[in-house]
Write a protein that binds this ligand. Structure first.
Ligand code: HEC
Ligand code: HEC
Ligand code: HEC
Ligand code: HEC
Length: 526
């Protein structure tokens, strides 16, 4: 099929190529991979319900040693790495901010919890600690303002929670869970992916199990390679919380019934919610942006969807191939590396060079960066036009002059483009590879985002009888400055709330003291 020559980027050994082709065959035919070896089975002394990470340490000391490397939190790559910097802050140097930050995140998510704090991901061992300290969950009130569902992707204790409460689990307030988890024992670990008795791959995830059932599939019957990718697909996906008319309230659900691409997911959300705002009836809506009054969607890290039909995904190269490549421990044993991080942190890029044997680390790194630089450039443009869309709609909605006859319809149309444009931008922005997992789809999605958001601007201009055209003509940075500082505490401060023109669309919240510090109650019960 492909011959190695001087111009080809890669030269994959025949064995790997055959595996890759076998991968393509599964996708095309859905047949089983009886020829590939199975995941090795073990006999442990653990029982089926074991969820404590420490219980696995004596059984698998070498795996555990690689798992503990997830605590590394200082090494960066050009775009990724393991420092949990603030994703909107391109002013402060690390660890607080980074050159590749998008300055408008707080503007675009204004009125939604994401505008208070949003950080880059770090290792799985921090998952519980980080969720306990994030400002998105309200720690100044008994109620976090977000449901227990948020816990779904942070701990294997979900199996115990769901066993105990069933579908009543999801809609509880998150803060009731703070005192119910142990940060080390329960952070993402062995029982999220393995049956403790024999270490077979096993799903803990309710939404993924539900989705597979809706497709007439069961996890146990899938080929090994699909299982390996779906382990990560339990969490590294776009998801939403059900409106109560559609099933158990706030239950986490994957919006994949129409397909995994941005158009499919956007179409899915069109009739899966209880929105009653004219023009958006029946839509699923995460929040209404206070400046433009647009019913919005917030995207979450769709790594699985993005990867699925990229160059590697289509060839059956899974997450585990690049993020869990075999390593030799004790100088001899080959095991799957359980340090899930950027493959570029390894200066030798060993994960990539299992297959790309004839390429230097430098060459491969440059190919990744080539994609990431191009995607980043378009991401920033898409972000800017999204901000312009909100501002144009705001101006058009405050326009008091003589309006065109179809003003109301135009305003709905403008908001619809604004919602769609921002969602498409967000699907690439929230995806953690800056396009590498699927360069073609990432760039296409951003091109669509730019077009949709520009249509929002143009439609709002038309609704204002073209009167606002001059107000939104020019560099968005001077028209709407980025909001660099905002938090729950700052929203209680009247002076702060005068510091940006968009803040006047938000309420100043009553002064309150912190009740929670992580998993500890520090304020009296109210
Ligand atoms: C996010 C999912 C995930 C978590 C969490 C996880 N594993 Fe794994 N594990 C995998 C995958 C994927 C494989 C590869 C399976 C395959 O190749 O078929 C694997 C393989 C293994 C194997 C088989 C031998 C090998 O090295 O390939 C053992 C043993 C193992 N893991 C132990 C552990 C232990 C111990 C923990 C907790 C410290 C853990 N795993 C946590 C996904 C996970
Ligand atoms: C139970 C949910 C869950 C599963 C399963 C899961 N992840 Fe994660 N992953 C997370 C969360 C949450 C974070 C961010 C943690 C933080 O920042 O505190 C994360 C972070 C990461 C990071 C960033 C690490 C860094 O150094 O910056 C990588 C890479 C990653 N995951 C890869 C994987 C891969 C590959 C798999 C499958 C083998 C997987 N994850 C399975 C939830 C999950
Ligand atoms: C062909 C190899 C490859 C495959 C397959 C792959 N990734 Fe990646 N992944 C990468 C590279 C390269 C990056 C960019 C890392 C960087 O910028 O430092 C990345 C970045 C990430 C990050 C962010 C890491 C960071 O440091 O910020 C996460 C999370 C992640 N991938 C998860 C996944 C998941 C989940 C899958 C499967 C659905 C997957 N990856 C499939 C190579 C791969
Ligand atoms: C398990 C094997 C495997 C691993 C691991 C792997 N690749 Fe690939 N890579 C492939 C295959 C297969 C293709 C598609 C080749 C084709 O069909 O031309 C590919 C294609 C590519 C391409 C060309 C992309 C394009 O758009 O045409 C680049 C660049 C690349 N890989 C980089 C990487 C990097 C960087 C890593 C590590 C983070 C990596 N690969 C890991 C198998 C692998």
């Amino acid at each position: 099929m492909r011959k190695s020559n001087d111009t080809a980027i890669i030269n994959i050994p025949a064995v790997i190529l055959m595996l890759a082709l076998a991968g393509v065959m599964f996708f095309l035919s859905g047949c089983s991979d009886s020829e590939t070896p199975l995941t090795p089975e073990f006999k442990t002394s653990l029982n089926e319900d074991e969820i404590r990470n420490s219980a696995f340490k004596p059984e698998f000391p070498l795996h555990y040693e690689t798992y503990e490397r997830n605590n590394e939190t200082e090494i960066m790559t050009e775009y990724g790495g393991s420092v949990a910097y603030s994703k909107h802050d391109n002013v402060n140097p690390l660890p607080e901010g980074y050159k590749y930050a998008q300055p408008y995140l707080k503007n675009l998510w204004l009125g939604y919890a994401f505008s208070y704090e949003y950080r880059a991901a770090r290792g799985h061992t921090y998952a519980l600690e980080d969720i306990m300290h994030i400002d998105r969950l309200n720690r100044y009130d008994e109620k976090a303002g977000l449901p227990a569902t948020c816990m779904n992707c942070k701990t294997a204790k979900m199996t115990a929670f769901v066993k105990e409460k069933g579908d009543d689990f999801w809609a509880q307030d998150f803060n009731v869970l703070r005192e119910q988890v142990d940060l080390d024992e329960n952070t993402i670990g062995c029982a999220n992916c393995h049956d403790p008795r024999n270490m077979n791959l096993r799903l803990y995830s309710v939404p993924l199990t539900d989705y597979l059932a809706s497709q007439g599939k069961t996890f146990e019957d899938l080929p090994r390679n699909e299982k390996r990718a779906l382990m990560c697909g339990q969490c590294h996906v776009e998801y939403y919380f059900l409106d109560k008319e559609f099933g158990p309230a706030k239950k986490v659900t994957f919006p994949w019934a129409k397909g995994l691409d941005p158009e499919n997911v956007y179409a899915y959300y069109e009739d899966q919610g209880n929105c009653t705002i004219p023009g958006f009836e029946g839509n699923f809506v995460d929040w209404v942006h206070p400046v433009s009054q647009t019913p919005m969607l917030k995207a979450q890290h769709p790594e699985y969807e993005t990867w699925s039909n990229g160059v590697h995904g289509a060839a059956g190269v899974t997450c585990a191939d690049c993020h869990m490549n075999y390593v030799r421990m004790d100088g001899k044993k080959k095991i799957s590396n359980h340090h899930w991080t950027s493959p570029l942190k390894d200066p030798d890029l060993k994960a990539c060079r299992q297959c790309h044997t004839d390429k230097t680390p430098q060459f491969l790194k440059e190919r990744v960066l080539f994609t990431q630089h191009k995607v980043w450039e378009q991401l920033l443009i898409a972000q800017d036009i999204s901000v312009k869309a909100h501002e144009a709609i705001r101006l058009a909605s405050e326009y008091m002059g003589e309006k065109p006859a179809d003003y109301d319809a135009l305003m709905i149309e403008a908001r619809r483009w604004c919602r769609k444009g921002q969602f498409f931008w967000d699907l690439v922005s929230a995806e953690n590879s800056v396009g590498f997992h699927n360069p073609t789809k990432a760039l296409n999605t951003l091109a669509q985002s730019q077009q949709y958001s520009q249509k929002a601007v143009d439609t709002a201009v038309r609704a204002s009888a073209y009167t606002i055209a001059k107000d939104i003509d020019g560099d968005i940075k001077t028209i709407v400055p980025p909001i660099l500082h905002h938090s729950r505490e700052l929203q209680m401060d009247e002076e702060h709330m005068k510091s940006h023109p968009w803040f006047k669309y938000l309420p100043v919240t009553p002064k309150a003291a912190k009740i929670w510090d992580g998993v500890k109650r520090i304020g009296p019960e109210i």
